[in-house]
Write a protein that binds this ligand. Structure first.
Ligand SMILES: N[C@@H]1[C@@H](O)[C@H](O)[C@@H](COP(=O)(O)O)O[C@@H]1O
Length: 242
């Protein structure tokens, strides 16, 4: 596990965009795993800037998002499909058919999950997976207690996660109760993982992720067992690591 300590959110985003753009320059057909939430927003802005300055192109890249809420269609401004389009895809040159996000309104959600796994395999697996981390240590939407052997599946969201994400919705009642997420094993199959963590609120969870025992109770602790993980975190997030 490589830890890169940066001063603040801006530096975290810059460091992450440097890493991702270098990968893309080295391998234009990169298979990129993407994340949502507030954490990667700064990174996406910087990638758009680099694209506009003709430094990088996503024309040949493929993307796979970690997760999607169940029950929100693509036009819903809280769907991760909408988020990705708004925050990144519509500003860069990636053909939309090369982007993949689980379909939250699939009638057969089990089939949607197994098809998603197949698609990832067909592309030769994920070269580099970007992660954020929930307050309770969730990655994707793999909540505490999720088996480490899980593949893409439907989950029931923790009440704490619904509350944390309620800030994006009109009210807590509007936050979906379920989501489709890549499983922990799906994430761990990525050749490389970059996790971004910012802010004091996540400091004690991040301390466990880096220095604690590997436990299902804090899903991100599994990253200790991945051979190629980089955590880019700011001083506030790393304030409990001694
Ligand atoms: N499913 C997403 C995760 O992929 C994300 O990492 C997490 C943290 O969000 P934030 O970056 O807003 O703190 O929230 C959501 O629950």
């Amino acid at each position: 596990m490589q830890i890169i300590k940066v001063k603040d959110y801006e530096e975290m985003s810059k460091k992450a965009s440097d890493i991702l753009s270098d990968k893309l320059k080295g391998k234009p057909k990169l298979v990129l795993g993407l994340a949502t939430g507030s954490t990667p927003e700064g990174l996406y802005k910087l990638l758009i800037e680099q694209y506009k300055n003709n430094e990088i192109s996503f024309k040949q890249a493929k993307t796979f998002n970690l997760d999607e809420y169940v029950g929100l269609d693509r036009q819903d401004s809280n769907s991760y499909y909408y988020y990705m389009n708004n925050q990144l895809f519509k500003h860069i040159d990636i053909p939309l058919e090369q982007t993949n996000i689980p379909n939250g309104i699939a009638t057969d959600s089990d089939k949607e999950c197994s098809d998603y796994e197949k698609l990832i395999k067909e592309q030769g697996g994920i070269d580099i997976q970007l992660l954020g981390m929930g307050l309770n240590g969730h990655i994707g939407f793999n909540e505490p207690g999720t088996p480490f052997t899980s593949r893409t599946h439907v989950v029931t969201l923790d009440e704490s996660t619904r509350q944390a994400n309620a800030r994006f919705f009109d009210s807590l009642d509007d936050v979906p109760t379920n989501a489709i997420t890549m499983g922990i094993e799906t994430i761990m199959d990525s050749k490389e993982i970059v996790m971004l963590v910012s802010g004091e609120a996540k400091a004690s969870t991040l301390q466990q992720v880096i220095q604690g025992e590997v436990t299902k109770d804090v899903p991100a602790t599994i990253l200790q067992r991945h051979p190629n993980v980089t955590i880019i975190a700011d001083e506030a997030a790393l304030s409990k690591v001694r």
